[in-house]
Write a protein that binds this ligand. Sequence first.
Ligand code: MRU
Length: 352
Amino acid sequence: MAEFHSKIKTIEWKGEYSRMVDQTRLPEHFEYVDIKTGDEMFDAIKTMIVRGAPAIGVAGAHGVALYAQELEKENLSREEFVKKLFEKADYMASSRPTAVNLMWAVKKQKDLIKNSESDIKGIVEELKRNGIKLENEDVAINKKIGDYGAQIVPKGAAILTHCNAGALATVGYGTALGVVRSAFANDKTVKVFADETRPRQQGARITTLELTMDGIPTTLITDGMCSYFMKKGMIDLVVVGADRIAANGDAANKIGTYTVAIAAKYHNIPFYVAAPLSTIDTSIKTGNEIVIEERSREEVTHINGKIICAPEVNIINPGFDVTPHELITGIITEKGILRPDYKKSIAEAFAG
Ligand code: MRU
């Protein structure tokens, strides 16, 4: 299968610190920021300097390594070091609540600490190495997702996507946009419709940037336009990412995804979710158990620092919604495309 490289490395361990693209500054400024302490990493995740489920997973793993480096300087006993580091790791995992990749990656670091027989210095080194391993694995997994996904993209397809599940939401290739990249590598007539994705406009600010950087034809539409283009026959399939998928296939993704899925069902358009197995939370039976992040009122009341509504109006700002499994045609993972019955196909993917 031909491979199409994204030019972006979103997050990378640099010996003693973590370097990441500052996504709050996109698209005007493509800048890197160096995160040197655990608390800085907590804030980077919370304020969405780094965002997207797999990217914040890797960020969380780097964050635990940063806390370990700091605690190493405190002359603690090994026992005290491990106790304090566990508390810091749990704190890191609480920086955002919905994307399970964050908890998954922090748990990987905690398991490493639990199983390590090294001294403090050794544990710190192992945590750093594990962060790098997770970076490399993320890119490899995304390429597999891309290649499986490319098989369901018809020739010349117009693919609608919501939010940003691309190189900038991962370490460097993307899940939903990994499918786009792999499809485009084989067929240069593939094109993308990108939903703007209010309130934080990840579709407009980030998806259009990374796709046009790679020369992939992209049309930006506002969130309310998707059914208009579906009715006109201009969308062939939908591919989105996910932040957490329950054992029955219900999938949480950026707010507005559910609306797109309903519109796709009505127009008989296939709706796919592309995600690594680390996004599947088999500890929860259905999407009703997924904690939905509530974000600030300013994200809705303001655009680029300018108020766009009556200042006193009521605001509710859930960051994610849950698409019921009945609306999902398939879940594209590194182990292949899972189909309904998801309870069964997800259980099999984890068993095999
Ligand atoms: O709030 P964000 O920007 O972190 O939300 C990101 C999304 O909803 C993505 O679609 C999801 O994390 C999948 S990323 C491969």
